[in-house]
Design a protein around this ligand. Structure first.
Ligand SMILES: [Zn+2]
Length: 447
């Protein structure tokens, strides 16, 4: 997803507001001013939770992997309109040595091409959403099969292997774990024991129909028989981003050079979380990160949130927190669950521990210099069920990550990280054929 405009630098699409004559109105000017004053309300800023970071003695991470995705729904003009959704994800490896040579403000296209050469892996698929019929079965069955086939076929099945690695906790020696439990896509009975270790498919405990490992993820819970919502595409994108990132983690984890995985920064665009039914992989992801930490091979993963509640909150307080002048050093604040509830959501809910079910990362605010701030997610391994957690010392690899961040800051967009910008560029739909060509494709395919 693209970076949004900030107050200092423009976003990835130019703001059109400046061209509106109405901005000249005294009333509108006053409205905008009051709105901004409200936005920068400093009464709730807790400066004490911000700490200065001292990079002395910490080694920056050597290699970088970044993942990003996009999706677009295409409708035909026919009646009833046919609708499909294209999803594309990209995983990119960036050589930090080469990245450091690039002018982040005016990157030279040839140098960029050099960085991207042989270093990006794509994944793409298409889902029927409405009024598209296949001769093989209804929409519901079509999507179940497309999910399975897309994951299984692409890149010789390395992403699918990662799904199995996570589902069956394959990092543990002699693992015989079954998959997380899930609901049967046919009779909706919960498969309490999940699929047996390493299985690609199995029979439902109740109705005996065939179920796939990919059904465990839960896409069918968002669909009905004849149509599927857009959320299928966004959920698939998120799952694939997660699987692609963990494919890089997995391959480096089993690499003969044992130090490689720990010397790498893995970056995901967006929060480190999986919502609602898709959160079934969260406990296993947390388990692996804990396992790696205990084995003294910590995994350095960050997510960057470029919009949403945390981004808005940090934007509103950023000018009141250090550093206030250039050269004053990078500052950061780890957000405790209590702080998230009280200050960001302002809706204390004490019945559910914050983020326990859906998040595999915790929130960290970072301010690199007076004009550059960002919302990151860092991991802790197993969830710490305490409102005062996480603290900075429980965030995996915080020091090496913060040592690396300043060299990745892009000067093209506010608070942007260059590897995400690159991944965004290759994952975005602009590198697809234009919408009208996609539309023709859909019409042609569904005749
Ligand atoms: Zn069943």
């Amino acid at each position: 997803m693209p970076y949004s405009p900030g107050s200092r630098l423009p976003g990835e699409t130019a703001s059109k507001l400046g061209h509106l004559a109405v901005v000249e109105s005294e009333w509108v000017k006053s409205l905008i001013k009051d709105f901004e004053d409200y936005q920068s309300d400093s009464s709730n800023v807790n400066e004490e939770m911000w700490q200065i970071f001292d990079p002395t003695g910490h080694v920056p991470l050597r290699n970088i992997w970044a993942v990003d995705g996009s999706f677009v729904a295409i409708k035909t003009d026919s009646h009833p309109p046919k609708e499909v959704s294209f999803v594309k994800t990209a995983l990119l490896s960036v050589d930090k040595g080469r990245l450091d040579l690039i002018d982040k403000e005016h990157p030279h296209p040839l140098l960029l091409q050099d960085i991207l050469k042989d270093s990006a892996v794509f994944h793409a698929t298409v889902f029927p959403l409405k009024n598209v019929k296949t001769s093989l079965g209804n929409n519901y069955e079509a999507i179940r099969h497309i999910v399975r086939d897309s994951m299984k076929v692409d890149e010789g099945g390395i992403f699918y292997e990662t799904l199995k690695w996570l589902a069956y906790r394959k990092w543990e020696t002699n693992s015989k774990f079954s998959s997380p439990s899930f609901e049967c896509p046919h009779c909706h009975e919960i498969q309490t024991i999940g699929l047996t270790y390493d299985a690609n498919e199995g029979k439902c405990e109740k109705c005996k129909n065939e179920v796939f490992l990919t059904d465990m993820i839960g896409f069918h819970l968002d669909m009905d028989e004849d149509s599927a919502p857009d959320s299928i595409a966004s959920a698939y994108m998120l799952i694939m981003e997660t699987l692609m990132l963990f494919t890089a983690v997995r391959l480096l984890w089993i690499h003969s050079d044992k130090s490689l995985v720990t010397d790498t920064l893995f970056i995901k665009d967006g929060p480190l979380s999986l919502r609602s039914q898709y959160s079934k992989l969260v406990p296993n992801i947390r388990s692996f990160l804990e396992f790696a930490k205990i084995k003294n091979r910590p995994i350095h993963i960050i997510g960057q949130e470029k919009s949403g509640a945390f981004f808005d909150h940090l934007s509103s307080i950023s000018r009141h927190v250090p550093p206030h002048e250039r050269g004053a050093g990078l500052h950061f604040a780890a957000l405790s669950h209590h702080y998230v509830r009280q200050e960001v959501y302002r809706s204390p809910d004490l019945t559910n521990p914050y983020g326990k079910r859906t998040n595999w990362g915790e929130k960290l605010y970072v301010k690199v210099d007076p004009g550059t701030f960002m919302v990151l997610n860092l991991t802790t391994g197993e969830y710490i069920d305490d409102p005062e957690y996480p603290t900075a010392d429980t965030l995996i690899g915080l020091s090496r990550i913060l040592t690396t961040i300043p060299s990745l800051v892009s000067s093209r967009f506010e608070g942007a990280l260059f590897p995400i910008e690159l991944a965004n560029g290759i994952a975005s739909m602009s590198s697809y054929p234009s919408a009208s060509i996609l539309q023709k494709f859909v019409e042609h395919q569904s005749k």
